[in-house]
Design a binder for this molecule. Sequence first.
Ligand SMILES: [Zn+2]
Length: 247
Amino acid sequence: MPAQGKNRRSLSRRLALIGTTGAAAVVLPLTAAAGAHAAAPEAAPQKAATTYTVMKGDTLAKIARTHHVDGGWKKLFEINKKAVGADPGVIKPGLKLSLKAAAAAPAVQSAPADSGWTAPVVGVKGGGYGNSGSLWSHGHTGADFPVPTGTSVKAVSNGTVVAAGDGGAYGNQIVIKHGDGHYSQYGHLSSIGVSVGQTVTEGQQIGLSGATGNVTGPHLHFEVRTGPDYGSDIDPLAFLAQHGVNA
Ligand SMILES: [Zn+2]
């Protein structure tokens, strides 16, 4: 196959060969494609028809037309660029093409950079939402991030500070109201860097983690709530994950 790959790249040479009857078949990797090609007639009436095996005489334009590919041959080429190679004008019989951009998921996954949300601390995984234990009377209402005292704590999204001060069992806490109606809460802080009414932006440092309140050791306790107060918590890591943040 590597030798054939090289041949495919040599466009001028191939075009010259195509001019002579049958010579194109010499250049096209029919040896490898023969099996797939032979199977094509049976494979053709596939139900959902998400793939297509190139037949002799096919062009991307023709395939795009026949299979109603959204975006036409350009889209078809884009979807199959890896298989087709650099030249959309040349497709080999036997080549399997995807008719749909199954790669829609990666496009979504590239969104986190500007999803508007970020993790409350960098480099450490949170966990423990819903756990039961002696520290929580009604189950654990947030996720704990095991970070040492003094770690920078960031606003997970743009918002307005609605609480900043002593939160009882939460120790020094901050609550931020976000534009989508959710609230984020940060507990056990050693230092609070914002005040009520202040506007904060995604990723802005709002305080430092610590071990104030009801704790067995330093960590950030982080909640996402549907309202400003204790008890309206939802799974904060699932919420962040929905916004493309793996925290
Ligand atoms: Zn906690």
